[in-house]
Design a protein around this ligand. Structure first.
Ligand code: G16
Length: 548
């Protein structure tokens, strides 16, 4: 029997999870994220927020994912998932932040009371939480803190176990839509695999299969989950060589491997055996990011990042929509400032699709993508998916082909809507999407890569005393503060052909990110480091000055 929601129970339980002094917590790009040793009180309080959010939404299931995704193993974090599987509504990030920062029990109760009053929450309503965690060693202790809060608040909950982040998002949406017209799928892990597998098999049914794909799983949860998925699809249909699957090895997670390593360093993970002619991909630590790559005949490393995946997906879906005779459906693409300049040119000039640019963070891209019939959104780092509006889904479901070709295309489109995890970017689902498209076209990675050539680009991290002094505007493409810094950056950029550079504080790591692109590799590197040096010198750099 569940106990009632009382402040007394909450305060008693909270005594075991005191907030560390002298720390200001912030809800960043993807929730709270920091050294795992600092997260105990956060985890407890996020549990309380999840319960209130669920009560506010009449007992809808709210998701809690314990992960720090691409961050180093010693970090951990937590993201909250809203009923349809999207990221927590942004107005609630503010509540989560103030609760996380309440210095003592009195402040904790006051903050809870304020949230309850402002949202007119009936605390006697039911609440339901679904939570999951990745492979980090700090996971179990943080799960215990979360459970303490959920139990103290008298809420129902389900432990979804070890999962990828997108599996948790999927589970939440399935539970909340079960039995409705909008049912998303069976709310189990096998239900997830079956949904993807059925769709994939259908799309590639009469096509010749591709050569095996090397998949670097960042030594994270993606490794066992990919293995399970492939088993369900069938090794006669898709074959993968899983590398970096050492989930039990201390310190291995995301270390010298994974999507972030490959994207940032623009190189193979050390020890990789991938050679010319091989097809390869990398996931990140919680399997919500995906990048592809290959080694060219001259030995050059070639990256096919989120921008390339967006271009490929938009191209394929536009062709299918055309072939299916449902061309009332309009496709749009959402990017961030990190999108390669040439990818944007390709989308707007070659594919002629509308492109919007928003701030970093899937939460921003997702909402912008909802404005299109079919919204393709990808961050350059490989985080993204495709959303189909309710109307587009209806059109695709009810369309009737007038020719056999149209009928086939309609069936393909339908299968795509099941293949794609529409709740959030999902490396497993995105990988199947790319594999499906390449199978269809019988394309190698090199052929896919022909769409456009990336401008050389470079990402540099600068550690500063306080990254929160960096304020941006114009979808993070310009700095407003520290005052004067943007003008200095502009003056530098003006010296380079096709130069572009911007600076923003990371919302997941304690660092400032500098991005630069220009006509040549040498100019790009020079520009990136000159901007990084500027940031270091003028905005409180600490440690070693960035060096080329
Ligand atoms: C998270 C977010 C992404 C974002 C990335 C980097 O990814 O979900 O949307 O692009 O962090 O963000 P920032 O530049 O603010 O550090 P992940 O895969 O780590 O969850």
């Amino acid at each position: 029997i569940m106990s009632a929601f009382t402040f007394e129970n909450i305060v008693t339980a909270s005594a075991l999870h005191p907030k560390p002094q002298n720390i200001q917590f912030t809800y960043g790009t993807a929730g709270f994220r920091m050294k795992a040793s600092l997260l105990d009180s956060i985890m407890f309080r996020v549990g309380l927020i999840a319960v209130l959010r669920s009560k506010k939404l009449d007992g809808s299931v709210i998701g809690v994912m314990i992960t720090a995704s691409h961050n180093p193993e010693e970090d951990n974090g937590v993201k909250l998932v809203d009923p349809r599987g999207e990221m927590l509504e942004q107005s609630w990030e503010v509540y989560a932040t103030s609760l996380a920062n309440a210095p003592n029990d009195d402040a904790l109760v006051e903050t809870l009371e304020r949230i309850i009053a402002q949202n007119k929450i009936d605390v006697n309503k039911p609440s339901n939480i679904l939570y999951a965690y990745d492979t980090r060693p700090s996971g179990p202790a943080l799960v215990a803190s979360l459970e303490d809060a959920i139990k103290a608040a008298g809420s129902s909950y389900t432990n979804f176990g070890l999962k990828t982040t997108p599996q948790l998002h999927y589970g939440v949406r399935c539970l909340n839509t079960q039995g409705t017209n909008d049912a998303y799928g069976e709310p189990t892990e096998i239900g997830y695999y079956n949904k993807l597998a059925t769709a994939f098999r259908q799309i590639v049914s009469d096509k010749q299969r591709l050569s095996p794909l090397y998949v670097d799983c960042a030594n994270g949860v993606g490794a066992p989950k990919l293995r399970e998925l492939i088993e369900v699809i069938g090794e006669d249909i898709i074959s993968v060589n899983i590398v970096n699957d050492k989930i039990g090895v201390e310190g291995a997670l995301n270390h010298n491997c994974g999507a972030d390593y490959v994207k940032t360093g623009q190189r193979l993970p050390p020890g990789s055996t991938v050679t010319s002619g091989d097809r390869a991909a990398s996931f990140d630590g919680d399997a919500d990011r995906l990048v592809y790559y290959y080694v060219d005949t001259d030995g050059t490393f070639r990256l096919l990042d989120g921008d390339k995946i967006a271009g490929l997906s938009a191209m394929f879906i536009m062709d299918l929509v055309q072939a299916a005779g449902v061309d009332s459906i309009k496709v749009g693409v959402v990017q961030t400032a990190y999108a390669n300049g040439n990818s944007t040119t390709y989308l707007t000039k070659v594919l002629k699709v509308p492109v919007s640019c928003v701030s970093t963070g899937v939460k921003h891209l997702h909402h912008e993508a909802e404005k299109y019939d079919v919204g393709v959104y990808f961050e350059a780092n490989g985080h993204g998916t495709v959303l189909f509006s309710a109307e587009a889904l209806q059109t695709i479901r009810t369309a009737k082909g007038r020719t056999p070709a149209q009928t086939t295309a309609i069936a393909q489109l339908r299968a795509l809507t099941d293949l794609i995890n529409q709740t959030v970017g999902d490396a497993l689902s995105d990988m199947l999407l790319v594999e499906a498209i390449l199978t269809h076209r019988q394309w190698s990675l090199k052929e896919w890569d022909q769409a456009y050539t990336d401008l050389p680009n470079r990402l540099v991290k600068v550690v500063v005393a306080n990254r929160h002094i960096f304020k941006t505007t114009n979808a993070e493409r310009q700095l407003v503060e520290p005052a004067g810094l943007q003008a200095d950056i502009d003056a530098l950029v003006a010296k380079y052909t096709s130069g572009r550079s911007f600076v923003r504080a990371s919302g997941t790591e304690d660092a400032v990110r500098v991005y630069a692109e220009a006509a040549t590799r040498a100019e790009t590197d020079e520009l990136a480091f000159r901007v990084a040096e500027l940031v270091f010198d003028k905005a409180g750099g600490v440690g070693t000055r960035p060096a080329r």
